[in-house]
Write a protein that binds this ligand. Structure first.
Ligand code: NAD
Length: 332
């Protein structure tokens, strides 16, 4: 098949071309994001391959369908950027990579927890400046603390397992408890209880209308003073303006983000020569107890290999007319 690959970075080219040796599709890489202004690039192709910040709304899907696109191949797990109803109405098939390396995201989550707890980001800068003072770098033992995991699917379950390994009491909240977690003495509780009792709260549920701003001013007000909040799921789970107020009051003791609600115009690009226009993001960067990474939790060689292989296998299965276990939406 002829595939237009959007938001293609050098690492996407490397891993997709390597995986394509066994599939032999015609791949054309575009640095541009897919959106209403760039759909014309997909003309003449059979499928588009997109990532988390490509815009795949009804308008874009309509233009793609008119240009003969038949398949939307997501090279990610989350699909909140795709209008699945519009895709189904237009007869477009949507496939994704449901699991590539939950260990990658879980490991990064714990990296944020431990870096914030032990102030590694500040210690790194201090030591390079010849400042070996320890003031301000006091951490806490995770052992014996209570950690709350919101969403115990593929990633959340591994995070819960790792936190148990650190000796934490682990509380969890999910619409459907995971037997793997229950077997490890993870205690399922209502969200209110989890927020009230946890020293560390980490988010691993998907972004949906019901989880939009799950952590807002009201939720933050119920959390333990000095709580650490980690979000490696999707930015809009957290109301960043409310988080800033909670950081200022001390209610939030530490905030670790790999995702940000307005990340689409910033993340994955080198903007170091430009003025940062997002005042909320800029304010977040001023706090010593905030650590932000640019949506890199998935970014391991293992995950990139798995993403590329599953994406191309999804496309090949579609081309052969086989069943599509990774299809989503009404066409699934
Ligand atoms: P998953 O589908 O395996 O698990 C999600 C879990 O959330 C499920 O157990 C589900 O029942 C639960 N859930 C749904 N609604 C909920 C609610 N209202 N409250 C609590 N739990 C709820 O997904 P996953 O593979 O573990 O991924 C989790 C999220 O991580 C994805 O939605 C994606 O947005 C994000 N993600 C981020 C990165 C990154 O690089 N930062 C990479 C991959 C995935």
């Amino acid at each position: 098949m002829r595939i237009a690959v959007f938001s293609a970075k050098p690492y996407d080219v490397t891993f997709l071309e390597r995986a394509n040796l066994t599939h032999q599709h015609e791949l054309r890489f575009f640095d541009s994001r897919l959106g209403p202004d760039t759909t014309a690039l997909a003309r003449g192709f059979d499928a588009v391959c997109v990532f988390v910040n490509d815009c795949v709304n009804a308008e874009v899907l309509d233009a793609l369908a008119r240009d003969g696109i038949r398949l939307i191949a997501l090279r990610c797990a989350g699909f909140n950027n795709v209008d699945l109803d519009a895709a189904a109405t237009l007869g477009l098939t949507v496939v994704r990579v449901p699991a590539y390396s939950p260990h990658a995201v879980a490991g990064h989550t714990l990296a944020l927890v431990m870096s914030l707890n032990r102030h590694i980001h500040r210690a790194y800068a201090r030591v390079r400046e010849g400042n070996f003072a320890l003031d301000g770098l006091i951490g806490f033992d995770l052992a014996g603390r209570t950690a709350g995991v919101v969403g115990t699917g593929r990633i959340g379950a591994i995070v819960a397992h790792l936190l148990r390994g650190f000796g934490c009491r682990v509380l969890a909240h999910d619409v459907a408890p995971n037997p793997l977690c229950e077997a490890e003495d993870v205690e399922y509780v209502p969200l209110d209880d989890l927020l009230r009792e946890s020293d560390v709260v980490t988010l691993h549920c998907p972004l949906m209308p019901s989880t939009y701003h799950l952590i807002d001013a009201a939720a933050l007000a119920t959390m333990k003073p000095g709580v650490m909040l980690i979000n490696t799921s999707r930015g809009a789970l957290v109301d960043a303006v409310a988080a800033i107020e909670a950081l200022k009051s001390g209610r939030l003791g530490a905030l670790g983000l790999d995702v940000y609600e307005e990340e689409a115009d910033m993340f994955f690009e080198d903007l170091s020569n430009r003025v940062l226009k997002d005042d909320v993001f800029a304010r977040l960067l001023t706090f010593p107890n905030v650590l932000i990474t640019g949506h890199q939790a998935f970014f391991t060689a293992d995950a990139l290999t798995a993403i590329a292989e599953t994406t191309l296998e999804n496309i090949s299965a579609f081309a052969r007319g086989d069943a599509l276990p990774n299809a989503i939406g009404r066409q699934a």
